[in-house]
Design a protein around this ligand. Structure first.
Ligand SMILES: C[S@@+](CC[C@H](N)C(=O)[O-])C[C@H]1O[C@@H](n2cnc3c(N)ncnc32)[C@H](O)[C@@H]1O
Length: 283
């Protein structure tokens, strides 16, 4: 089978419907009809890699995928992983100046233990949890004396592998101010392109793990803050509603939920207190 033939594998409405149903049941992502061409372009790469001539064969393979490896690769190909350091920067200001400042003061006054747990749910290639880690290091005096950890999870193993390495191009770290960049990153390669690695102190704060938000959550203990930004946008309203309810349950009292700037809880039933656009608190 020539690669030209494989490249042009057609995706019929019926085949797209089957893939849509499978993706929705696996990870909650709702693929609208406008996504058909995008799905085709992304999955054609999987067909080529597997040497399959058409989507019926691919769907059959997915349905009998005992190891789950191809299901993982398919979700890796489907998911959108756009992210950047300090994306939606006001969230990091709020985290540092309100949430962490209050926690540090309460702890210094002996009111609360020096324990901090933050979850970056849908962390993509790591820019979000490392931006959280930088904010934590800058906001909590004497952090070494704290039991602090940031859990960073994603569905996609491809982005998680990059996140764990914590290595970024000069272009990616451009959104970090130069002072922070020199404190928080080590330049590990100058040529042909400059590469920066997040320093060891920050990396040791962040724990990466694969987790499907639609599945079980094995975490013990409550979180002081959850970042789930630009993830729910891919889910339908009932799925968003259930997820927000689960976030409420796993947050500590007064815990903060950050969602993406184009997202809102307005049309969902929930118990959160509205603080400011895209920032909510467990009442
Ligand atoms: C657009 S990125 C957002 C990254 C980051 N939170 C930000 O705002 O910059 C969305 C991420 O959500 C992940 N995702 C989508 N569905 C998921 C699910 N069911 N469980 C876990 N992660 C999921 C995708 O793999 C992707 O990395």
């Amino acid at each position: 089978m020539g690669s030209a033939t494989l490249q042009s594998a057609e995706l019929t409405e019926a085949q797209f419907g089957k893939i849509k149903t499978l993706v929705k049941s696996l990870c909650g992502i709702s693929l609208g009809s406008g996504k058909k061409e995008l799905v085709k372009a992304r999955l054609n790469k999987r067909l080529r890699a597997l040497g399959l001539a058409d989507y019926d064969k691919y769907i059959n393979l997915l349905r009998h995928d005992q190891t789950g490896n191809e299901l993982t690769s398919m979700l890796d190909a489907i998911s959108t992983n756009l992210t950047s350091f300090f994306r939606e920067a006001d969230h990091f200001d709020y985290l540092g100046q309100k949430v962490l400042k209050r926690m540090a003061a309460d702890t210094a006054a002996g009111k609360t233990p020096n324990r901090l747990r933050i979850w970056s749910a849908g962390c993509s290639s790591g820019e979000e949890p490392y931006s959280i880690a930088i904010t934590v290091c800058n906001s909590i005096p004497n952090l070494k004396a704290w039991d602090a950890a940031i859990l960073a999870t994603d569905l996609s193993t491809r982005v998680l592998n990059r996140a764990k390495e914590g290595v970024y191009t000069a272009e990616r770290v451009k959104t970090v101010n130069p002072q922070l960049r020199s404190r928080c990153f080590n330049c590990i390669q100058s040529r042909p392109d400059r590469l920066y690695q997040v320093n060891e102190t920050l990396r040791s704060l962040v724990h990466f793990s694969r987790l499907n938000l639609m599945g079980d959550w094995p975490m013990r203990g409550l979180f002081d803050a959850i970042f789930c930004r630009n993830v729910m946008i891919y889910f339908d309203k009932p799925t968003q509603g259930r997820l927000v309810e689960r976030f409420w349950e796993i947050l500590a009292p007064s815990g903060t939920l950050f969602i993406g700037h184009s997202e809102s809880l307005t049309s969902l039933r929930h118990h959160f207190r509205y603080i400011q656009p895209t920032v909510y608190e467990k009442a």
